[in-house]
Design a protein around this ligand. Sequence first.
Ligand code: DGJ
Length: 726
Amino acid sequence: MKKVFMIIAAMCMTSVMAFAQKTIRVSTDKTDLVMQVSPKGRLYQVYLGDKLKNPADYQNLKWDVYAASDGAVCQRGHEVYATSGAEDFFEPAVAVTHADGNMTTYLYYKSSEEKAINGGTETIITLQDKVYPLTVKLHYAAYPKENVIKAWSEISHKEKAPVTLWRYSSTMLYFKANKYFVTNYHSDWAKEGQPETCQLTAGKKIVDTKLGTRAAMQEEPFFELGFDEPAKENEGKVMLGTIGWPGNFRFTFEVDNVGALRVIPAINPYASDYKLKAGETFTTPEFIFAMSDNGMGEASRNLHNWARQYQVNMGMEDRLTLLNNWENTGFDFNQQSLAELMKDAKDLGVDMFLLDDGWFANKYPRKDDHAGLGDWEATKSKLPEGIPGLVRDAKKAGVKFGIWIEPEMVNPKSELFEKHPDWVIMQPKRDTYYYRNQLVLDISNPKVQDYVFGIVDRIMTENPDVAYFKWDCNSVITNIYSPYHKENQGNFYIDHVRGIYKVLTRIHNKYPKLPMMLCSGGGGRMDYEMLKYFTEFWCSDDTDPFERIYIQWSLSKFFPAKTMGSHVTNWNKNTSVKFRTDVCSSCKLGFDIDLKSLSKDDYKFVQNAVKNYDSMKPMILEGDQYRLVSPYEGNHCAINYVSKDKQRAVLFAYDLHPRYKEPVMNVKMQGLDADKVYTIKETNLMPGKESDLECNGKQYSGDYLMKVGLNVFSQTDGTSHVLVLE
Ligand code: DGJ
């Protein structure tokens, strides 16, 4: 019996090979994703991995053919966009209940095309069901130099009545290795980016959230994969992946019966059976991934390069240093005290003063977080001259002015709520559950979209010199019921996020050069779709430098330093101001601290650190980042940045909690030119203090620095060194 089956299987394979119709390649300089159309017209993934050097070899690739349990051979492989109800019994990429109630879909290859896009090539593959007028377009944008691919799908139909979508993944990818390891990042308020690694074995692992307004908090929308072994920094086969969706997301990792790993990144279908009308197109979020044979460091640098050039708003432009007032004043400020802070900002040397929460509402003034959200008029008692007065004071002080908003939210104690209770996501017949005393506006409603757009538009129209927005989002969606969607609640979670995009697109179109920080109760929102509109994000409210080192390490895997806001505050006052500043200087530097409370030396130090940062920015914000010593593997941390021309570099070295008499190893730098000679200069020194590092002022070849390294760690808690190499 077994023999017969093997013969049939072999015959089937041969015939399958003989009739292979079309091969589609999505390629970067180092990665190939190869798909093939079967004789029956279905599309299978036949390869995903290192780029094949010899194009003739593509013909040798084949999809797997498996036997059904009764021994009969059927054509069943790794279908590129597996459907519900077909021969593949694992998690589908797409599932549809058709207008007549039928829940099966079979997709057949129709056509494919390629077009040039900025930085690469986009491949679009059209698939269609033969029984139902349902079309799926698979999009793959490949960026050759950066070795980054982003994939998304479009689903549409021409059935007589709406269909219901209950799976709608961005893409579906298959990997083959002996072992698979995933690192996902769990999280909470002030605890962003906590990595957790496990081996994926037969069956499924799901990483998801159901927070509505944000992807992160609980789980982050990114992960790393290690093939054959857990992902390493500088060696081994790895993949970094992230989805651009600031709402409910779901990553499914499934190891199937033949030991292949299926990765399905998607919007979370939880409570989201989506009714799609004929003629409408359901576009999934982009899934962005980078593969490397040389570990995560290389994959991260590729993502950083790609993000700056092709994804992040003003990704190639400079960033503003700033003084924020949230951790310093909270809600307790007025026009006069802000004018003083603006002068402080100027004296510190930063580019901008950023006014945080607490400046708005009159009937229910925003004295704390119980009232005012929704009423975006400056509080007269606090700010008699409103935003124009603040802009004027900032100008007088010689700094730019930025302002905080939380436009997607409403406090029940607000005029907005009184006027428009039907604009609020709230259960009609149940008790209301408040998250930070507030509720989320129903942005799926076009009227609410107009209102939210109007908040920014009005501030900008009345005050064209406002230079920056911090856009916060402190609540998840609670009391899940959309008054706008009425009996069609299944569409709500998804249309809500799309409503946010509609608003952001309008803002972006009207104010394309307006820098904005994406914030969500700390780092609840960090994703590459939002970064099309935002210039940076706030990584976490946790600014304790020890904790921040871990958070920044994790997030740097996926995002360039230029997008990661990091502010010096009084969290963990026991650490030195130097240590806190040195930690923040490795990202996008800001301050959120009462500068007047600093000692004379500390104040001089921060003034100087701002100047130093300005001169190091080209390396930190535009250069290549190398993560050298992981805080997760010991009691120290080091990273270095190298300018693109390798002429300059900067090394950040931090001692966290070293053990008594712990042996201290040299830090070997990376990414330098081995043949160049670099002069080392320690910077960010306390006033009057000489460097105690032996290497300071000396010259070393890049070769030496990368092979032997420098002795820059100490055995003292909370010590840091910043070294510039020229
Ligand atoms: C949460 C943010 O993370 C903080 O930086 C601050 O802006 C507060 N919201 C204000 O309410």
